[in-house]
Design a protein around this ligand. Structure first.
Ligand SMILES: Cc1cc2nc3c(=O)[nH]c(=O)nc-3n(C[C@H](O)[C@H](O)[C@H](O)COP(=O)(O)OP(=O)(O)OC[C@H]3O[C@@H](n4cnc5c(N)ncnc54)[C@H](O)[C@@H]3O)c2cc1C
Length: 465
């Protein structure tokens, strides 16, 4: 239970990256800060503990990035992935403020690792955390407790008490007991609503039952719903989500990064009816991987199968689950539960359509099909070298885009366009202001860190610091 003998200045709801950045900033400003976190201590840190890297603006190479990444290039990258569905003022604020993140994070305990080689193509633009998001989150919690920030685990906020744009406090279930907690300022940093399957069903129908959630089961969107109920102005497409092709054997929640499957460009993908449904070689995988979750969500029973041969196996980061293996395509089909002759026909048709070319996984090569619908535009090679491998695929939801509108002070904006008096938002719950659609790798943490710091600063200021 939180010690309520003295009122808190700043109450932070959610102990992921955004909440912790807010808490540390507010505390350093002098405020008395309480963090309420739904999860037990071992599972603290929400989706942030699954992360690996953060995108940030910088002027040159360092020990940890290989070259410069300036404001204009950063902005152009964002403009392209969002198709312009972004608030330029807030986006540029995030980009500019990200310049100090590397030092700020290091000063609060985060350690960096040397640039990685390989398929990620992020070594110039993104910093990689040594030990990944889990180490980052642990470092922040350590800093928070050294600074005297109070943290309550197994403390789920259920209700926001709010009138005329001003929050009076919250009702929380702390270790199963209901408790009212008051504070002068409130920062909502409780993530998206991706773990709330009934809510997803409102937009996706029954298909949502077959979605796998890559992150925490605690991101139920309760506070997002509360804010919208109290008149906060929504932002972002309710159906919008970041969704990748995931190994169908992954756990329902919290599988993290090791269940993602990057085999798609190196073979074919068929649905349950053994029909190909999209160009597997449309573009480089880092640019395309986030459309495959939605593509699979549109297939019968929301399942698909990636089929490759022995040539392809070394070319991608494997899933934590071993592939289904067989000596022939019909045997692979029956091991995957697919119609054997249909898969043999699909593979034969594909193999016949493959044109001669120079295979190069590092470029948009000229290995393509002709006369096949849908075509495969790059990296098309006959699937003819045993053993053959297959992975079952499901839509893997990373996070949702619906959120609340905020201003440059991270203050929640109400439907009458007035800013809330003492309610601030940071992280995934407001990322839709900046990421209307699409995604830039490593940018979720950037938005949460920058807006977390702003929310912490402004919440403390409102409380008199
Ligand atoms: C597998 C995976 C890999 C990713 N990799 C990257 C990456 O490398 N780089 C990157 O930038 N982004 C990455 N992302 C996205 C990134 O995780 C998010 O953008 C970011 O972590 C969001 O931070 P947040 O603080 O808003 O939410 P979270 O970190 O999810 O924190 C929200 C917290 O709120 C708590 N909470 C929820 N509801 C309540 C409530 N009612 N009461 C109290 N507490 C509550 C939750 O328990 C949780 O701890 C990845 C996501 C996933 C799932």
């Amino acid at each position: 239970m939180a010690d309520q003998t003295r009122p808190f200045d700043v109450l932070i709801i959610g102990g992921g990256n955004a909440g912790l950045c807010a808490a540390i900033t507010a505390r350093r400003a002098g405020a008395r800060v309480l963090v309420l976190e739904s999860a037990i201590k071992d599972f603290r840190g929400g989706n942030s503990r699954h992360t690996r890297d953060i995108r940030y603006m910088h002027r040159g190479a360092t020990d940890y990035v290989t070259g410069p990444y300036g404001e204009d290039e950063f902005w152009e990258d964002l403009r392209q992935v969002t198709g312009g569905e972004t608030n330029e003022r807030l986006a540029r604020l995030v980009i500019r403020e990200s310049e100090t993140l590397g030092d700020w994070m290091a000063a609060n305990g985060v350690r960096w690792q040397k640039p990685l080689r390989g398929t990620l193509h992020l070594t110039r633009t993104n910093l990689f955390m040594l030990g990944g998001g889990k180490a980052m989150v642990n470092a922040y919690y350590d800093t928070a407790s050294k600074l005297g920030i109070e943290i309550a685990y197994e403390a789920e906020v259920c209700e926001l008490k709010m009138r005329d744009g001003e929050a009076q406090g919250v009702m929380a279930l702390c270790h199963g007991a209901s408790q009212e907690i008051d504070a002068k300022s409130i920062v909502v940093a409780s993530g998206g609503f991706e773990a709330n399957i009934p809510w997803l069903k409102e937009y996706w129908g029954e298909a949502a039952d077959n979605f796998i959630i890559r992150g925490t089961k605690h991101n139920q969107g309760r506070l997002l719903k509360e804010l919208l109920k109290h008149g906060a102005k929504p932002v972002g497409d309710p159906r919008g989500c970041h969704a990748v092709a995931l190994d169908a054997r992954a756990p329902k929640f919290d599988g993290g990064i090791v269940t993602r499957l990057d085999s798609v460009p190196f073979g074919i993908v068929v649905n349950k009816e053994v029909r190909r449904f999209y160009d597997e070689g449309e573009d480089f995988w880092p640019k395309r991987y986030a459309i495959w979750g939605k593509l699979i969500a549109q297939q019968p029973e929301q399942i698909a199968y990636s089929v490759i041969d022995a040539k392809a196996l070394p070319l991608f980061l494997p899933s934590v689950f071993p592939p289904v293996q067989a000596a022939s395509i019909p045997e692979l089909a029956s091991a995957l539960g697919l119609d054997s002759s249909a898969l043999a026909t699909a593979v034969n048709n594909f193999n016949r359509a493959v044109q001669p070319g120079a295979f190069d996984p590092g470029s948009l090569d000229n290995c393509r099909t002709e006369g096949l619908d849908p075509p495969k535009s790059h990296w098309a090679r006959p699937i003819d070298t045993p053993p053959y491998y297959g992975y079952p695929l499901r839509p893997g939801i990373t996070f949702t885009y619906l959120g609340v509108t905020v201003n440059e002070q991270a203050r929640v904006i109400m439907q009458d366009e007035r800013p809330a008096k003492n309610v601030f938002a940071a992280g995934e719950v407001m990322a839709g202001n900046i990421l209307g659609k699409g995604y830039l790798a490593g940018f979720g943490l950037t938005i949460g860190s920058v807006f977390g710091r702003i929310a912490g600063r402004e919440a403390a200021r409102h409380a008199g610091f």
